[in-house]
Design a protein around this ligand. Structure first.
Ligand SMILES: [Mn+2]
Length: 446
């Protein structure tokens, strides 16, 4: 289906009341026309330079084109903080509209071919229709996310003092059952994984018995794992603090790794970039987990102080590159580790969420592309010779390469926009969404 932008602007909101705008290939091609000439000369220059240095440019471009990152359903509206929330207008208020928004991002980039749902915020009322809509946008359902960090209206038992770690057996069993329900919904949508992030912990010393809380968590995760279909994976996320400010039961990668091992071979650790104390060496954590074949999922964002959920690459792009260097090395050299599930886990407080996600996708692909440029053989030689200076030069030579023409080549190859944010703005996507959906709408769960 092709969206005729001009017609829609003229017809206004009535015609498209139930249909978010769709950006067709022809619209993108038209928009790419003015960019192609500049792209061609930039790409020719870079391609020539990289080829002379021994890189296989078309292979790198294909890898960039293949890289798909899931968008979580909760990142499409304004997130806000505990101090307040400022609306954008035109935010998706139903699961259908969330799929439409991810569809827009995917049409512009061809890099966001999956959506990650959150239960109970995204329970489908008509599974068949939802699946059809996803397919029409070229989307699949990535990991399902359970929620035992807040009580829902009408909840029979409370998670106030814990969920999977709860000493109250009713609350613990209720949380286990919720996760099993999420698996059931995910099976209907052909998802293949469940991500568990727990807020469980203590705000004050003495509140919890650490060993009992950990034992309960392990018991609960094993009960959930026993319900996991054979072709599913369980991802266990960790986080050092917040919302509890004294302790979190699954506080770090080691705890998650231990619990994943206790569950079984289809349970893995999930790394969220924002879930580390300042200055943690995340690239080393990634390498350690991949070495043991236990890095299952990855959540992208950026941060300065804590779990800030900022745009990927906006604060520490070199750290992101070093992390990708380990991911690329692991993916190429360690068949023990499955191909990780990628997702952006960010919150948008002052930017248009869709523009922010476009920026994040760009940053992820830049980090991936630069990591692909690392001369692994030369690096290994430098390491064997203890040539520390050379080793650093090799990494920084890759990092300092402007790889954006490679990203554009991948987009041109897949029919995506050379400059997604400009096209988004040229087509006045946000204004269209506001006229279709209204200004005072709020995404479910936010
Ligand atoms: Mn996360």
């Amino acid at each position: 289906m092709t969206f005729n932008y001009i017609e829609s602007s003229i017809c206004g909101e009535n015609k498209f009341k139930n249909q978010t705008m769709i950006i067709g290939k022809d619209i993108i091609e038209q928009n790419n026309k003015s960019e192609v000439e500049n792209f061609n000369s930039d790409f020719a220059y870079l391609s020539d330079k990289l080829t002379k240095s021994g890189a296989n440019v078309s292979e790198i471009v294909n890898k960039i084109a293949d890289f798909q990152v899931a968008i979580p359903s909760w990142a499409l509206g304004a997130g806000g903080t505990r101090f307040g929330r400022f609306s954008y207008g035109g935010e998706p208020s139903s699961l259908e509209q969330k799929l439409d928004d991810v569809g827009l991002i995917h049409a512009l980039t061809h890099s966001a071919g999956a959506i990650s749902l959150h239960i109970p915020w995204d329970i489908p009322t008509d599974v068949k229709a939802i699946k059809e809509k996803a397919t029409s946008h070229g989307l699949i359902f990535d990991a399902m996310n359970s929620n035992t960090f807040q009580d829902q209206p009408g909840a029979k038992h409370s998670y106030k003092f814990g969920s999977l770690n709860a000493s109250n057996e009713d609350s613990r069993a209720y949380a286990v059952e919720h996760n099993k329900e999420v698996i059931r919904i995910g099976k209907e949508l052909d998802s293949k994984s469940l991500t568990v992030w727990l807020a469980d912990g203590a705000s004050f010393p003495g509140q919890l018995n650490f060993q009992t809380a950990l034992a309960k968590t392990e018991q609960s995760l094993k009960e959930i794992y026993s319900d996991l279909p054979e072709d599913w994976k369980l991802f266990i996320e960790y986080k050092p603090y917040e919302p509890n400010f004294y302790s979190t039961t699954i506080q770090d990668w080691g705890t998650s790794f231990m619990l994943a091992n206790a569950c079984g071979e289809r349970a893995y650790t999930l790394v969220d970039l924002g879930h580390h104390l300042p200055n943690s060496n995340i690239e080393q954590i990634v390498a350690t987990l991949m070495y043991k074949g236990k890095l299952g999922g990855f959540h992208f964002n950026d941060s300065k102080y804590g779990d800030d959920d900022l745009t990927v690459g906006s604060i520490k792009p070199y750290a992101l590159f070093l992390i990708f260097n380990e991911l690329v090395y692991g993916m190429e050299n360690n068949p023990n580790n499955p191909y990780p599930a990628w997702m952006i886990d960010a919150s948008h407080n002052i930017k248009d969420p869709l523009e922010d996600l476009l920026q994040s996708l760009e940053a992820i692909l830049i980090a991936y592309a630069t990591a692909l440029l690392v001369d692994q053989k030369a690096l290994k030689d430098a390491q064997l010779n203890n040539d520390v200076v050379r080793a650093q030069e090799i990494l920084q030579n890759a990092y300092r390469t402007d790889v954006r023409p490679l990203l554009k080549a991948a987009r041109l190859q897949t029919g995506a926009a050379l400059d997604p944010i400009s096209v988004y703005r040229n087509l006045k996507v946000r204004q269209n969404l506001i006229s279709e959906r209204g200004f005072n709408v709020k995404a479910t769960g936010l």
